[in-house]
Write a protein that binds this ligand. Structure first.
Ligand code: AR6
Length: 168
């Protein structure tokens, strides 16, 4: 099991091998984490999304692109279920973490930073999103050694810390 560390901050600033993007099915950028990654990573991220994902990405799946100008080497894009659109399937949220770790293994990434997938625009309650993140990472077989769960604000930070504490 990788070390799982809650981190307070901006995912675009994480000094890791790969950062995970909470993307949408279209894979052409958006708001929240997705917008921040595309802004900070630059045009190379979008160009790679267009080239590698001409048909977008299914909910629960993950795939990688360059990280452009980010400190990380890769962006692993995953698409969480949209609770506001009625996609209340915890299995799909778990799949985002599992698939992202599989992609990280394919890349040889050892340190990976995740945001709280689906906990923003897609409307999942913070605590449920954080518990899903922590336990799915904990039970997934992976060569990743260092997982950071990045919280952007106070409420997410509390939920992340609670979720990681529940693992012990
Ligand atoms: N670093 C870390 N966490 C962040 C950052 C950041 N820079 N910015 C926001 N968060 P969201 P979703 C937190 O909405 O719910 C986009 O438009 C945020 O506070 O980014 O999966 C996509 O294109 C929240 O806790 O992702 C999709 O259309 C968490 O990251 C849609 O939103 C996730 O919020 C995806 O929605």
């Amino acid at each position: 099991m990788p070390s799982i560390t809650p981190v307070r901050g901006d995912i675009t600033q994480q000094d890791v091998d790969a950062v995970v993007d909470a993307a949408n099915n279209g894979m052409r950028g958006g708001g929240g984490v997705d917008g921040a990654i595309h802004r900070a990573g630059g045009r190379a991220v979008l160009d790679d999304c267009i080239q590698r994902f001409p048909g977008g990405l299914a909910t629960g799946d993950a795939g990688w692109t360059t990280a452009g100008q980010l400190p990380a080497r890769w962006v692993i894009h995953t698409v969480g279920p949209d609770l506001r659109a009625g996609e209340h399937d915890p299995g799909l949220l778990e799949a985002c973490y599992r698939r992202s770790l599989e992609v990280a293994d394919e890349l040889g990434a050892r340190a990976v930073a995740f945001p709280l997938v689906s906990a923003g625009a897609y409307g999942w309650p913070l605590r449920e999103a954080a518990l899903t993140a922590a336990y799915t990472v904990a039970i997934t077989r992976t060569d990743v050694t260092d997982v950071r769960l990045v919280a952007f604000d106070d409420d997410a930070w509390e939920s992340m810390r609670f979720a990681v504490m529940c693992l012990t």
